[in-house]
Design a protein around this ligand. Sequence first.
Ligand code: 1GP
Length: 245
Amino acid sequence: MHVFARFQETLKKRPLHVTLLDPDPKKLADLEYKIKALEKFGTDGFLIGGSTSVNQNFLDETIKKIKSVSSLPVILFPGGTNGISGRADAIVFMSLLNSRDPFFISGVQAKGALYVKKLGIEVIPMGYIIIEPGMKVGEVGKADLIKRNDVQRAVGYALAAEYIGMKLLYVEAGSGAPEPVPTAMISEIKKHVSIPLIVGGGIRKPEQALALLKAGADIIDTGTITEENFAAIEGIIKAVRNYRK
Ligand code: 1GP
Protein backbone atom coordinates (compact mmCIF):
# COMPACT_ATOMS: atom_id res chain seq x y z
CA MET A 1 0.00 0.00 0.00
CA HIS A 2 1.19 3.51 -0.77
CA VAL A 3 2.36 5.78 2.01
CA PHE A 4 -0.52 8.26 1.83
CA ALA A 5 -3.15 5.52 1.67
CA ARG A 6 -1.53 3.82 4.65
CA PHE A 7 -1.51 7.09 6.60
CA GLN A 8 -5.18 7.63 5.78
CA GLU A 9 -6.02 4.14 7.04
CA THR A 10 -4.17 4.77 10.30
CA LEU A 11 -5.83 8.17 10.72
CA LYS A 12 -9.19 6.41 10.97
CA LYS A 13 -7.92 4.98 14.25
CA ARG A 14 -5.40 7.42 15.70
CA PRO A 15 -3.24 10.46 14.93
CA LEU A 16 0.25 10.09 13.49
CA HIS A 17 3.67 11.34 14.44
CA VAL A 18 6.36 11.99 11.88
CA THR A 19 10.00 12.87 12.50
CA LEU A 20 11.74 15.46 10.38
CA LEU A 21 15.41 14.70 9.76
CA ASP A 22 17.99 16.95 8.22
CA PRO A 23 20.40 15.15 5.86
CA ASP A 24 23.43 16.79 7.42
CA PRO A 25 26.85 15.05 7.48
CA LYS A 26 27.43 16.23 11.05
CA LYS A 27 24.31 14.38 12.19
CA LEU A 28 24.95 11.02 10.53
CA ALA A 29 27.05 9.54 13.31
CA ASP A 30 24.22 8.71 15.67
CA LEU A 31 21.55 8.38 12.99
CA GLU A 32 21.18 4.59 13.21
CA TYR A 33 20.72 4.67 16.95
CA LYS A 34 18.18 7.47 16.70
CA ILE A 35 16.19 5.86 13.89
CA LYS A 36 15.90 2.58 15.79
CA ALA A 37 14.86 4.39 18.96
CA LEU A 38 12.33 6.59 17.16
CA GLU A 39 10.76 3.54 15.53
CA LYS A 40 10.60 1.80 18.90
CA PHE A 41 8.93 4.85 20.48
CA GLY A 42 6.31 4.69 17.72
CA THR A 43 7.00 7.41 15.15
CA ASP A 44 5.10 6.66 11.93
CA GLY A 45 7.59 7.85 9.33
CA PHE A 46 10.50 10.08 8.47
CA LEU A 47 10.34 13.35 6.62
CA ILE A 48 13.64 14.23 5.00
CA GLY A 49 13.95 17.97 4.79
CA GLY A 50 16.81 20.31 5.13
CA SER A 51 17.81 23.60 3.63
CA THR A 52 18.45 24.44 0.00
CA SER A 53 22.08 23.39 0.43
CA VAL A 54 21.35 19.65 0.64
CA ASN A 55 24.05 17.55 -0.97
CA GLN A 56 22.61 14.87 -3.26
CA ASN A 57 25.07 12.13 -2.26
CA PHE A 58 24.51 12.87 1.33
CA LEU A 59 20.75 12.78 0.92
CA ASP A 60 20.98 9.34 -0.73
CA GLU A 61 23.36 8.15 1.97
CA THR A 62 21.03 9.32 4.75
CA ILE A 63 18.01 7.57 3.25
CA LYS A 64 20.03 4.41 2.62
CA LYS A 65 21.07 4.38 6.25
CA ILE A 66 17.49 4.87 7.47
CA LYS A 67 16.25 2.11 5.18
CA SER A 68 18.92 -0.29 6.43
CA VAL A 69 17.63 -0.13 10.00
CA SER A 70 13.93 0.73 9.69
CA SER A 71 10.87 -0.31 7.73
CA LEU A 72 9.08 2.99 8.25
CA PRO A 73 8.26 5.16 5.24
CA VAL A 74 10.75 7.80 4.16
CA ILE A 75 9.11 10.87 2.69
CA LEU A 76 10.93 13.75 1.06
CA PHE A 77 10.09 17.20 2.38
CA PRO A 78 12.39 19.10 0.05
CA GLY A 79 13.57 22.68 0.32
CA GLY A 80 14.39 22.68 -3.40
CA THR A 81 15.11 20.41 -6.36
CA ASN A 82 18.29 19.12 -4.70
CA GLY A 83 16.18 17.61 -1.92
CA ILE A 84 14.87 14.90 -4.27
CA SER A 85 16.05 11.30 -4.13
CA GLY A 86 14.84 8.10 -5.78
CA ARG A 87 15.64 6.17 -2.61
CA ALA A 88 12.66 7.68 -0.77
CA ASP A 89 9.22 6.09 -0.75
CA ALA A 90 7.33 9.31 -1.42
CA ILE A 91 7.60 13.06 -1.74
CA VAL A 92 5.30 15.71 -0.35
CA PHE A 93 5.01 17.78 -3.49
CA MET A 94 4.35 21.05 -1.83
CA SER A 95 3.37 24.54 -2.76
CA LEU A 96 4.19 27.34 -0.32
CA LEU A 97 0.84 29.00 -0.77
CA ASN A 98 1.57 32.19 1.16
CA SER A 99 4.90 32.94 -0.51
CA ARG A 100 5.36 36.38 -2.10
CA ASP A 101 7.46 34.70 -4.77
CA PRO A 102 5.79 32.54 -7.46
CA PHE A 103 8.97 30.45 -7.56
CA PHE A 104 7.96 28.83 -4.27
CA ILE A 105 4.31 28.44 -5.26
CA SER A 106 4.79 26.72 -8.62
CA GLY A 107 8.22 27.56 -10.10
CA VAL A 108 10.48 25.17 -8.23
CA GLN A 109 7.76 22.51 -8.58
CA ALA A 110 7.88 22.89 -12.38
CA LYS A 111 11.69 22.57 -12.25
CA GLY A 112 11.52 19.29 -10.34
CA ALA A 113 8.34 17.65 -11.64
CA LEU A 114 9.77 15.64 -14.52
CA TYR A 115 12.64 14.38 -12.41
CA VAL A 116 10.18 13.21 -9.75
CA LYS A 117 8.16 11.44 -12.45
CA LYS A 118 11.26 9.66 -13.78
CA LEU A 119 12.15 8.47 -10.29
CA GLY A 120 8.69 6.93 -9.97
CA ILE A 121 8.29 7.75 -6.28
CA GLU A 122 4.84 8.36 -4.83
CA VAL A 123 3.74 11.99 -5.07
CA ILE A 124 1.61 13.51 -2.31
CA PRO A 125 0.32 16.98 -3.29
CA MET A 126 0.56 19.22 -0.23
CA GLY A 127 -0.41 22.79 0.55
CA TYR A 128 2.14 24.45 2.84
CA ILE A 129 1.35 27.58 4.81
CA ILE A 130 3.68 29.42 7.13
CA ILE A 131 2.57 31.20 10.26
CA GLU A 132 4.61 33.69 12.31
CA PRO A 133 7.45 33.56 13.21
CA GLY A 134 8.21 31.32 10.22
CA MET A 135 11.90 31.08 11.13
CA LYS A 136 14.40 30.18 8.39
CA VAL A 137 11.86 28.57 6.03
CA GLY A 138 9.69 31.68 6.18
CA GLU A 139 12.68 33.80 5.20
CA VAL A 140 14.03 31.54 2.49
CA GLY A 141 10.56 30.86 1.05
CA LYS A 142 9.77 34.61 1.11
CA ALA A 143 6.58 33.90 3.01
CA ASP A 144 4.06 36.64 3.53
CA LEU A 145 3.75 35.34 7.08
CA ILE A 146 0.29 34.82 8.53
CA LYS A 147 0.02 36.62 11.86
CA ARG A 148 -0.57 34.35 14.82
CA ASN A 149 -3.93 35.96 15.50
CA ASP A 150 -5.04 36.18 11.86
CA VAL A 151 -7.14 33.06 11.97
CA GLN A 152 -9.33 34.07 9.03
CA ARG A 153 -6.37 34.46 6.70
CA ALA A 154 -5.03 31.06 7.76
CA VAL A 155 -8.45 29.47 7.14
CA GLY A 156 -8.55 31.11 3.71
CA TYR A 157 -5.22 29.57 2.66
CA ALA A 158 -6.11 26.23 4.21
CA LEU A 159 -9.42 25.98 2.40
CA ALA A 160 -7.81 27.21 -0.82
CA ALA A 161 -5.35 24.30 -0.52
CA GLU A 162 -8.24 21.85 -0.34
CA TYR A 163 -10.11 23.47 -3.25
CA ILE A 164 -6.97 23.53 -5.40
CA GLY A 165 -6.85 19.76 -4.89
CA MET A 166 -4.08 19.26 -2.34
CA LYS A 167 -4.31 15.93 -0.52
CA LEU A 168 -2.60 17.16 2.59
CA LEU A 169 -2.14 20.47 4.42
CA TYR A 170 0.92 21.47 6.43
CA VAL A 171 0.56 24.38 8.85
CA GLU A 172 4.05 25.45 9.89
CA ALA A 173 5.39 27.83 12.54
CA GLY A 174 8.97 27.26 11.33
CA SER A 175 11.58 24.86 12.59
CA GLY A 176 12.78 25.90 16.04
CA ALA A 177 9.93 28.38 16.54
CA PRO A 178 9.61 29.47 20.20
CA GLU A 179 5.95 28.35 20.24
CA PRO A 180 3.91 26.08 18.00
CA VAL A 181 1.06 27.39 15.81
CA PRO A 182 -1.76 28.64 18.11
CA THR A 183 -4.36 25.99 18.88
CA ALA A 184 -7.16 28.49 18.18
CA MET A 185 -5.92 28.72 14.59
CA ILE A 186 -5.76 24.93 14.21
CA SER A 187 -9.28 24.42 15.55
CA GLU A 188 -10.71 27.04 13.19
CA ILE A 189 -8.88 25.51 10.20
CA LYS A 190 -10.16 22.08 11.20
CA LYS A 191 -13.76 23.34 11.23
CA HIS A 192 -13.53 24.23 7.55
CA VAL A 193 -11.04 21.82 5.99
CA SER A 194 -11.36 18.08 5.56
CA ILE A 195 -7.95 17.06 4.17
CA PRO A 196 -5.47 15.67 6.75
CA LEU A 197 -3.67 18.39 8.66
CA ILE A 198 0.01 18.24 9.64
CA VAL A 199 1.23 20.70 12.24
CA GLY A 200 4.89 21.38 12.92
CA GLY A 201 7.36 23.91 14.22
CA GLY A 202 8.27 24.54 17.86
CA ILE A 203 6.72 21.39 19.37
CA ARG A 204 8.92 20.42 22.33
CA LYS A 205 6.56 18.94 24.91
CA PRO A 206 3.85 16.26 24.98
CA GLU A 207 1.32 18.84 26.27
CA GLN A 208 1.87 21.00 23.19
CA ALA A 209 1.36 18.03 20.88
CA LEU A 210 -1.77 17.01 22.78
CA ALA A 211 -3.23 20.53 22.65
CA LEU A 212 -2.69 20.62 18.87
CA LEU A 213 -4.30 17.19 18.46
CA LYS A 214 -7.24 18.29 20.55
CA ALA A 215 -7.58 21.35 18.34
CA GLY A 216 -7.72 19.10 15.26
CA ALA A 217 -4.21 18.29 14.05
CA ASP A 218 -4.02 14.83 12.44
CA ILE A 219 -0.27 14.51 12.15
CA ILE A 220 2.35 16.00 14.45
CA ASP A 221 5.80 16.69 13.03
CA THR A 222 8.84 17.26 15.21
CA GLY A 223 12.39 17.94 14.07
CA THR A 224 14.60 20.04 16.34
CA ILE A 225 13.80 18.08 19.48
CA THR A 226 15.42 14.96 17.96
CA GLU A 227 18.69 16.87 17.80
CA GLU A 228 18.46 19.10 20.85
CA ASN A 229 16.78 16.98 23.49
CA PHE A 230 16.45 13.37 22.38
CA ALA A 231 15.30 12.32 25.84
CA ALA A 232 12.10 14.34 25.35
CA ILE A 233 11.00 12.75 22.09
CA GLU A 234 9.72 9.47 23.54
CA GLY A 235 7.09 11.30 25.61
CA ILE A 236 5.89 13.31 22.62
CA ILE A 237 5.62 10.31 20.31
CA LYS A 238 3.83 8.20 22.92
CA ALA A 239 1.41 11.04 23.70
CA VAL A 240 0.53 11.28 19.99
CA ARG A 241 0.25 7.49 19.54
CA ASN A 242 -2.04 7.09 22.53
CA TYR A 243 -4.27 10.08 21.80
CA ARG A 244 -7.88 9.27 20.86
CA LYS A 245 -10.46 11.84 19.81
C1 1GP B 1 9.98 21.98 10.29
O1 1GP B 1 8.01 22.23 11.45
C2 1GP B 1 9.04 21.36 11.24
O2 1GP B 1 9.44 22.12 9.03
C3 1GP B 1 9.71 20.91 12.50
O3 1GP B 1 9.88 21.97 13.39
O4 1GP B 1 12.21 21.60 14.18
O5 1GP B 1 10.66 23.05 15.50
O6 1GP B 1 10.34 20.58 15.44
P1 1GP B 1 10.82 21.77 14.71
